[in-house]
Write a protein that binds this ligand. Structure first.
Ligand SMILES: [Zn+2]
Length: 224
């Protein structure tokens, strides 16, 4: 991947998949369809709630939260009032739940947010919460299945809450062979160049702390 692809500013690395509908790195399509087929054989209907997401989309999410137009939450999920927070406090709160534009693993096309559509029928509104993946939740079986089988297909879950700076995201699955290369190539300098050129709210503070933010939210993941 080149710098524009790494930071979600190009989609030249992305292919559209019709079933299940998603956008993936061209070299992740076959591994993902293999994972899906194996899951389906055990009655798990893997669907991607989110796959490739570009820089512009991540920027809209970021600016919406920073400005207070979109809700912002603390680590326990309570709503925060952006107006009462300093820029640095807003940045830390946003990063608990959302990536910095340019630093989302969804830019790479290697990462998908997975659910089991078969277990979400019957009126369950999918919210992507830890409770849904915990014992007794609609995706508890998916959680166990991914633990047991995803590595065989090259997939792992980078946000288990062990090392990563973000809140645990058991639904977030990543294709290690390509994602690990992308993570190593996405240096603080590559990220800095992308952010410096963007209309990002809080940009000065982000750039001032970029090395620290990169270390916490890009480099520190739960490794494959
Ligand atoms: Zn995700």
């Amino acid at each position: 991947m080149n710098d524009a692809e790494l930071t979600g500013q190009a989609r030249t690395h992305i292919a559209a998949v019709a079933d299940p509908e998603c956008l993936l790195h061209a070299q992740v399509v076959t591994p993902f369809l293999n994972l899906r087929r194996a899951a389906l054989a055990e009655g798990i209907d893997l669907q991607a709630m989110s796959s490739f997401r570009d820089f512009g989309r991540q920027l809209t999410i970021w600016n919406g939260k920073f400005s207070g137009e979109r809700p912002m939450f603390d680590a326990s999920g309570s709503k925060l009032d952006a107006a009462t927070l300093t820029p640095r406090e807003r940045i830390d709160a946003i990063l608990l739940w959302s990536a910095l534009p340019g630093a989302s693993r969804h830019h790479w096309g290697t990462d998908v947010d997975l659910v089991d559509r078969g277990s979400s029928e019957g009126g369950h509104q999918i919210k992507l919460t830890r409770e849904e993946f915990a014992p007794g939740g609609p995706f508890a079986r998916l959680d166990l299945w991914l633990d047991a089988h995803a590595p065989r297909f090259g997939f792992f879950r980078p946000f288990r809450g062990v090392r990563s700076g973000v809140q645990p995201e058991p639904w977030h699955c990543s294709f290690a062979p390509i994602a690990e290369k992308a993570r190593q190539r996405l240096s603080p300098q590559v990220l800095r160049t992308a952010i410096a050129a963007a209309p990002l709210l809080g940009k000065d503070v982000v750039l001032e702390h970029l090395d620290e933010l990169h270390a916490r939210y890009v480099a520190a993941i739960d490794l494959p």
